[in-house]
Write a protein that binds this ligand. Structure first.
Ligand SMILES: *Cc1c(COP(=O)(O)O)cnc(C)c1O
Length: 396
C-alpha cells in the first residue's frame, strides 16, 4: 500500500480519523462502508464522467504559457480549472458527492461555505438534481460575498447566515455539522474540501483526482512523458492540491509545492499559514494541524483570499508536508496580488486570488531550463474584481 493512502482507520500517517458525535456514527459509518464501492462502480463512473464532460466542460485545457515559461526559465503549464462551469475546481467534487448522496438514499443536502464558491457549486448541482439545499455561511462572509449569496438564492438554495464565533468559515462548518446531527436520516453533508471526518478527505481527493488523471494524459501528448518535474497548487483545505497530486504521489521524482496563505506574513498574527505555524489538534472531525493558542482555542486566521482563510488543513496535506513528500510555502497577500496582475497582463488570464498564491510561489523557486512545471489555476478572478480594483494602483 502507498504510504500516502488512507489506512483502514482513516489516517494518513498521524493525521485524519473521525472525531464525531455519537449521533452521526451511523451516517459516517454508512458513508465509510460504501463510498469506494459506489464511486468505483461502472454505473457511477458513467454518470459522473458524462456530467464532467458535458456539464462542467472537461477535460480542462493544459495551457503552455510562453510568457511564464520565459519569465521563470523553464516550461510552465497552467491546468485551467478556471474554465470549468461555475469558475473553479469545486464543481468536480460537488457533482461527485451529489451522485453519491442519491445512491445512499439521501434527499436533502447541507453544505458550509466561506467565500461562497463551494456554496455556489453545491446549489448548482442541487438545482440540477432537484434536491433541496441549505448552505451555512458566516454572517461576515454573507456581507462581504454578496454576489455569491445572490447566486445561491437564485439557484433555489436557502442560505443561512451564521452569527456564532467570528461568523466565518469555521463557524459555518460547525453549524452545518449541527444541522446534520439533527437530520441524520435524510440529510447528506456535502463537504467542500479534503477535510472533515474520514472518509471525507479521501472521498474529496478522489472526486478531484480527475485533475491529475488529465494532467498525465495531456503531458504525455505534449511533452512525450506523463510526469512533470514540479506540481504547484494553492491550498486552503486542500482539494485542488489533492486533485493535482493524486496520481503522482508515488512518483518520487515529481516535486510537490503547496502554496498556503501567508496573509501579512507567517510571522505575524494576520496569517492563515497553517502548515507553517499550526500545531496538532482536532478540528471539524479530524486530527490535523490547526492554528490555535496554548489552550487549544482556534485563532481566527486572516488572508486577503476568502477561499484560503481556514485555520485547519486537510490531514493528507499535513502528512505530505510533515513526511517531506511536499514542500509548503506561505505566500503573502502582496506576493499573490503581484502574481495575479502579472498573469493578467502577460497572458490575459485573471486568476482567482487563491490561485494567485500558487503563481506567487513560482517566484520563490529556482528552476532548471529543462524543468516542466504544472501549476493548477484553481479558479477565475471575476469574484475578486473589487479587491483587484482596490489594489491596482499599488502595482502600477
Ligand atoms: C475554495 C477555493 C480554493 C481553496 O480550496 P481547496 O480545497 O484548498 O482547493 C482554492 N481556489 C479556489 C478558486 C477556490 O474556490
Amino acid at each position: 500500500m502507498s504510504p500516502f493512502e488512507v489506512n483502514e482507520e482513516g489516517y494518513f500517517g498521524r493525521y485524519g480519523g473521525a472525531y464525531i458525535p455519537e449521533i452521526l456514527q451511523p451516517c459516517v459509518k454508512a458513508l465509510r462502508d460504501n463510498y469506494r464501492a459506489i464511486i468505483d462502480s461502472d454505473d457511477f463512473r458513467k454518470e459522473y464522467d458524462a456530467l464532467l464532460r458535458d456539464y462542467v466542460g472537461r477535460p480542462s485545457p493544459l495551457y503552455r504559457s510562453e510568457a511564464l515559461s520565459a519569465l521563470h526559465g523553464c516550461t510552465v503549464y497552467l491546468k485551467r480549472e478556471d474554465l470549468n462551469h461555475t469558475g473553479a475546481h469545486k464543481i468536480n467534487n460537488a457533482i461527485g458527492q451529489i451522485l453519491l448522496a442519491r445512491r445512499l438514499g439521501k434527499s436533502r443536502i447541507v453544505a458550509e461555505t466561506g467565500a461562497g464558491q463551494h456554496g455556489v457549486a453545491t446549489a448548482t448541482v442541487c438545482a440540477l438534481m432537484k434536491m433541496p439545499c441549505v448552505v451555512y455561511m458566516g454572517a461576515t462572509d454573507v456581507a462581504r460575498q454578496r454576489p455569491n449569496v445572490e447566486k445561491m438564492r437564485l439557484l433555489g438554495a436557502e442560505v443561512i447566515p451564521v452569527e456564532s464565533g467570528n461568523k466565518t468559515l469555521k463557524d459555518a462548518c460547525n453549524e452545518a455539522i449541527r444541522d446534520w446531527c439533527c437530520h441524520p436520516e435524510d440529510t447528506y453533508y456535502l463537504i467542500g474540501s479534503t477535510m472533515g471526518p474520514h472518509p471525507y478527505p479521501d472521498l474529496v481527493a478522489r472526486m478531484q483526482s480527475v485533475i491529475s488523471r488529465e494532467i498525465k494524459q495531456q503531458l504525455q501528448a505534449k511533452e512525450g512523458r506523463p510526469t512533470p518535474d514540479y506540481l504547484v497548487a494553492c491550498i486552503g483545505g486542500g482539494s485542488n492540491a489533492a486533485g493535482t497530486v493524486f496520481h503522482f504521489l508515488d512518483d518520487a521524482d515529481v516535486k510537490i509545492v503547496l502554496a498556503e496563505a501567508g496573509g501579512e506574513g507567517a510571522d505575524t498574527p494576520r496569517t492563515a499559514a497553517t502548515l507553517a505555524i499550526g500545531s496538532e489538534g482536532v478540528l471539524h472531525g479530524s486530527r490535523s494541524l490547526v492554528i490555535q493558542d496554548e489552550d487549544g482555542q482556534v485563532i481566527e486566521p486572516y488572508s486577503i483570499s476568502a477561499g484560503l482563510d481556514y485555520p485547519g488543513i486537510g490531514p493528507l496535506h499535513a502528512h505530505l508536508v510533515r513526511t517531506g513528500r511536499a514542500t509548503s510555502l506561505a505566500i503573502t497577500d502582496t506576493e499573490a496580488l503581484r502574481a495575479a496582475y502579472e498573469l493578467n497582463r502577460l497572458d490575459g488570464i485573471l486568476p482567482a486570488l487563491e490561485s494567485a498564491h500558487a503563481l506567487g510561489a513560482l517566484h520563490r523557486l529556482k528552476f532548471k531550463p529543462t524543468d516542466v512545471v504544472v501549476l493548477t489555476l484553481s479558479g477565475r478572478g471575476d469574484k475578486d474584481i473589487d479587491t483587484y480594483l482596490a489594489h491596482a494602483h499599488d502595482f502600477d
